[in-house]
Design a protein around this ligand. Structure first.
Ligand code: PDD
Length: 274
């Protein structure tokens, strides 16, 4: 917390922190497998972009931030899981007008989690479509996650795994992952980057891996109907890597089992990151 290692039971920040009061903060989540950070450079670049978009100062030079991640992993003996980082505008008197003197804050912690042997990689995810009611700058990784959390919780209450968010009949992304489909011709599609969705780091890696292996992949809008017709569907995120989607709104995707292209992309992503 702001450069001091604290036990998780006592670690604390100001109640006046604008991250707490206004969600005036951005975050990153980078996976760790075998004690190694995955796609770290790309996460650090996206953090800088998020901060710049909101005019929050960089918490520290890039080399120090990487060192902090490495220290968190080694101090906590983390083998597999994630490093969570949150950079906030800092504490100031509660006021809608941003105080330019607020000193930016930084919180970082690790969380153990099974990434590689995720059973959902075998069984696949069941999802439902829900309206995308988040704010209009979803390309910035802010901590305004209330709607995403409500949507995913609703899906889980209904015995499902996740919510796919839909705006004007088009899929934006999953509650905390990017969505991809494989069409009848075997072409991977994922919605193009815009302010409507997060530029996922795993999404970017998967697209470049597909290019490298001559697997056809396109950034093109996905309608709810196209998702319903898809031969395969999968999501990507730092902590899920590539996970198959096997059911949408109660209807099987393809034959209702993880498809070959999805499996291949997961294997290739794992092989390229480790
Ligand atoms: N979520 N879209 C949203 C809305 C996300 O929250 C995330 C990541 C992604 C995937 O991005 P990436 O591949 O860079 O992880 C897409 C993280 C894992 C989280 O909030 O825990």
């Amino acid at each position: 917390v702001n450069g001091v290692w604290q036990d998780e039971g006592v670690a604390s920040i100001s109640v006046f922190d604008r991250g707490f009061l206004f969600a005036d903060a951005v975050y990153e989540v980078a996976a760790v497998v075998g004690g190694k950070l995955i796609d770290y450079e790309a996460h650090a670049r996206r953090l800088s972009r998020s901060l710049k978009e909101l005019a929050i100062a960089e918490p520290m030079p890039a080399a120090e931030l990487l060192e902090l991640h490495r220290q968190a992993v080694s101090r906590n003996g983390l083998e597999e899981g994630l490093v969570y980082l949150q950079a906030t505008r800092g504490a100031a008197d509660r006021d809608f007008v941003i105080d330019p003197n607020a000193a930016p804050g930084l919180v970082l912690f690790t969380q153990a989690k099974t990434v590689l042997a995720n059973p959902k990689a075998q069984t696949g995810l069941k999802v439902k479509c829900m309206p995308d009611r988040r704010w209009g700058r979803r390309d910035i990784k802010t901590v305004q996650l209330l709607y995403s959390s409500l949507a995913k919780s609703q899906a889980v209450r209904e015995g499902l795994d996740d919510a796919i968010l839909v705006e004007d009949g088009m899929v934006t992304e999953a509650s905390s992952a990017n969505l991809h489909i494989v069409d009848e011709e075997g072409v991977i599609h994922t919605p193009p980057l815009s302010e409507a969705l997060l530029p996922g780091i795993t999404r970017g890696s998967v697209l470049s891996i597909a290019r490298d292996h001559a697997i056809p992949a396109r950034e093109s809008p996905i309608s709810v109907e196209a998702l319903g017709r898809a031969r395969e569907a999968f999501i990507t995120s730092a902590t899920s890597f590539v996970l198959p989607v096997v059911e949408v709104d109660g209807r099987a995707v393809g034959d209702g089992r993880p498809g070959p292209i999805t499996r291949r992309m997961r294997e290739l992503y794992i092989a390229s990151s480790l």
